[in-house]
Every structure is written in C-alpha cells, then in structure tokens.
Design a protein around this ligand. Structure first.
Ligand SMILES: CC(C)(COP(=O)(O)OP(=O)(O)OC[C@H]1O[C@@H](n2cnc3c(N)ncnc32)[C@H](O)[C@@H]1OP(=O)(O)O)[C@@H](O)C(=O)NCCC(=O)NCCS
Length: 150
C-alpha cells in the first residue's frame, strides 16, 4: 500500500535512509521536518507491506517542474515493483499539481537505480560533477509527465 508518510513513520524512515543511502542519508531531524510539512514543496510517501514501511519516496513540485529527491526500497523487498508503484504515485500527484516533467539526480555508479530509471522512461539530460559528498558525479534524468514535454 502506498500512502503519505506521517510523523509516526519518522524513526523507520530515518533507518531506511541510513540503510539504503549510506553517507548521503538524511538525518532523523531532516526526515521529521519533511514529513511534518515544514519544508515547503516537499512530500514524503511510503510503501507498506504487511503493515511495515519498507520503501519511501520524496518529491518536490515547484510550478511546472517536479523533482524526485529520493526513492528507496528495503533490500529484501526489491524487484517486487514497489519503486514502480511509488514513482507512479509521485508522477500522478505532480501532474495534478501542474508539473509537466520529473527531474532527478542519480550517482553515476548506481547501476541498479540507473536501470530502474531507464525502465521507467527517464532520459539523461545532463551531468553534475562533484555533486555528492565523496566527489561522485550525478547524472540528471528527466521523465515527461505530459505528452509533448521533452
Ligand atoms: C533503485 C530502487 C529504488 C529500485 O527499487 P525496486 O522496488 O527494486 O524496483 P522495481 O521492483 O519497481 O523495478 C521495476 C523495474 O526496474 C528495473 N530494475 C529495478 N532495479 C533494478 C536493478 N537493480 N537492476 C536492473 N534493473 C532493475 C527492472 O526493469 C524492474 O522490473 P523487473 O523487476 O520486472 O525486471 C532500489 O534498487 C533501491 O532502493 N536502491 C537503493 C536506493 C537508491 O539507490 N535509490 C535511488 C537513488 S536516491
């Protein structure tokens, strides 16, 4: 089940961040602020399996551009379509809010995520050098949310 995150999810989400994003993980404080709605334009979603939160996605929408800031699935639940479901929900909400494209940055060495995004129809539009803390390059990807966009 996909739903919006609530304050009760924060501890679990901070764990999922640490487990899945390593040194790029957001702190519990930042997770709490985002889930509480204290960060303008930011929305958090979770995916639950048997009542346990096992995946999350974070996106912001500003006018015609949506940005996917996070998507992560607990390793034991990968390749079961959860990221696909989360992304569909993000895209649908972003489109309803007026976005015509979804952008994101992904580490150039994250081959699993790159395969997922390619499968979902994202295309590379740019690269950002030294984007991550360890100096790794980010690949900028775009997914059209409406026909005729890019
Ligand atoms: C990338 C990630 C979110 C994908 O989540 P997922 O729930 O396993 O993805 P899905 O099951 O929805 O996959 C949908 C399709 O994407 C492709 N795909 C997903 N993961 C893949 C992988 N590791 N290798 C190759 N293709 C992959 C496949 O085509 C898959 O369909 P299939 O399983 O029927 O072959 C997950 O691997 C993850 O959490 N990684 C760590 C966090 C991360 O790097 N997030 C992105 C940067 S913030």
């Amino acid at each position: 089940m996909i739903r919006r995150a609530v304050p009760n999810d924060v501890a679990r989400l901070a764990d999922l961040e640490a487990d899945n994003l390593g040194q790029d993980a957001w702190s519990a404080g930042l997770v709490a602020a985002g889930v509480a709605g204290d960060l303008p334009t930011i929305t958090w979603w979770v995916a639950e399996v048997d009542g346990v939160v096992v995946a999350h996605a974070v996106a912001s929408v500003v006018a015609d551009i949506a940005e996917l800031q996070r998507i992560a699935v607990d390793p034991t639940h990968r390749r079961t379509g959860l990221a696909r479901e989360l992304l569909a929900e993000v895209g649908s909400v972003a489109r309803a809010e007026g976005a015509d494209r979804l952008l994101l940055e992904v580490r150039e060495d994250n081959s699993g995520a790159l395969s997922f995004y390619a499968d979902q129809g994202f295309v590379e539009i740019d690269r950002r050098r030294r984007y991550y803390r360890d100096g790794a390059t980010a690949i900028v990807l775009r997914l059209p949310l409406v026909s005729g966009c890019g």
